[in-house]
Design a protein around this ligand. Structure first.
Ligand code: F3S
Length: 427
């Protein structure tokens, strides 16, 4: 088959069917997709692992299961082992009888079947279900310069920005196709030009800005463009565990409140450390974020609850999944908050979500028992999957995740406000 794009001999052979009809079709789809975006070549995927966004066995995803079956039958499995987004249900998370019934009998009826398919296709570990796959405990951490075929927006923006890998914001199916065929169209964030910043964001706040709020403000302003942040290094110091956690939450908010796939932080992220302002395009626009701007953004969030004064029924923390550092510091904060209010347990049912591997490591430390004593539930689910149905949508849920706020009826509060609500609320 002849196409406009310049292909290597290997890529052309796949397109001509050397690895079977299905992979030829997959290659053709990727080539056509790339041509739409002006790509004139395909780049080999170089990361050790892939990451899949589709982790939930929704009844409605028939075509995905069919494609998976075809790939398994053609032996396309295990070319690139992968992690996947979080599981949608966990019996430890508080839910009503009716919610359970809907989850199990109407929504996620194909969960076991789909997990079985994922295992056959190359899931890196039986429990490799998390959006924060890049954390050390999970082990899917791309190297700088690696080319990826990922799709989970919070993971893509982290891999590009904090790890210096190269990945476009793909759809779930393009992600899967790129991974099984081992090549992705070369355009956008894979190229040096596409990684240049077209916005300078000057952070001029009087205290460390809330990660989720700053990310939201920048996402809504720059949309899919690349921002270069100056002034944030003052609050982050160096790229240690706390800074990585901050950037994880910040990035997820830029990616969901806008469509950011890459940001640079002066003095902090790898490309900005090496190339500095050479990364900024000549005609870059400027956005100044100060305390008043963050307050304006916060005040602009609509409250989707029917009864705006309702008492929260549930609190979700960990979208994206929490890091070990975050679980530890939050355990201390919740304990302190409870001591201050004279309570033994949290006042609102509260769920912290994290990767199964992070939960395991956390529970092996004394902090695991300490958090349990506060009444906080630890779970591996995706809060969005829990919320995404009319029954849960009616519940007054609070969160400090701007991604969860954007896609569901959950109400956003800052971390400090959440702490007050869960440790003092209800008095
Ligand atoms: Fe992760 Fe689910 Fe939030 S995949 S980023 S916990 S929406």
């Amino acid at each position: 088959m002849s196409v406009k794009m310049k292909l290597t001999a290997e890529q052309q052979a796949i397109l001509d069917g050397s690895q079977g009809e299905t992979l030829a079709k997959v290659m053709e789809t990727l080539v056509r997709y790339g041509e739409l975006f002006g790509a004139d070549s395909m780049a080999p995927v170089t990361s050790q692992y892939n990451h899949l966004v589709t982790s939930f066995g929704l009844k409605a995803l028939g075509p995905v299961y069919d494609l998976m079956d075809k790939l398994i039958a053609e032996g396309a499995a295990s070319k690139q082992p992968f992690s996947a987004d979080p599981r949608p249900v966990d019996k430890n998370v508080p839910s009503s009888f009716l919610q359970d019934f809907v989850f199990r009998n109407f929504m996620y009826t194909k969960q076991d079947f789909y997990e079985d398919q994922l295992s056959k296709l190359g899931l890196m570990d039986r429990d490799a279900f998390t959006c924060a796959c890049y954390l050390d405990q999970v082990g899917n951490t791309p190297k700088e310069g690696d080319v990826l075929s990922w799709s989970e927006s919070s993971a893509v923006v982290y891999a590009n920005s904090v790890l210096g890998a190269r990945c476009n914001r793909n759809s779930g199916i393009i992600d899967l196709m790129g991974s099984v065929v081992g090549h992705v169209p070369y355009f956008g964030l894979l190229t040096d030009e596409g990684r240049k910043a077209t916005w300078i964001v000057e952070v001029k706040t009087t205290k460390k800005p809330e990660a989720q709020l700053l990310g939201s403000a920048i996402g809504m302003k720059v949309m899919e463009d690349v921002p270069y942040l100056v002034g944030l290094d003052r609050w982050l110091g160096t790229l240690d565990d706390a800074a990585r956690t901050y950037l994880k939450d910040f990035g997820a908010a830029t990616a969901s409140n806008g469509a950011v796939g890459l940001y640079h932080v002066e003095g902090i992220t790898p490309e900005a450390v090496r190339q500095g302002r050479e990364l900024v395009a000549e005609d870059a626009q400027v956005y100044v974020v100060d305390d008043a701007e963050l307050q304006r953004v916060y005040d602009s969030y609509p409250v989707m609850w029917k009864d705006k004064g309702a008492r929260p029924k549930l609190c979700f923390m960990g979208c994206p999944h929490m890091s070990l550092e975050q679980l530890t510091t939050w355990t201390e904060r919740v304990e302190q908050g409870l001591r201050d209010s004279g309570r033994k347990k949290v006042a609102i049912p509260t769920v912290f979500t994290a990767a199964p591997a992070v939960i395991e490591q956390f529970q092996a430390t004394p902090y695991g028992e300490r958090l349990k004593k506060t009444g906080v539930v630890l779970s591996y689910i995706c809060p969005l999957m829990y919320m995404n149905n009319p029954l849960s949508g009616k519940m007054p849920v609070i969160t400090s995740s701007n991604k969860l706020r954007t896609y569901t009826t959950a109400r956003y509060y800052t971390d400090d406000e959440i702490l007050v609500q869960i440790t003092k609320g209800g008095d």
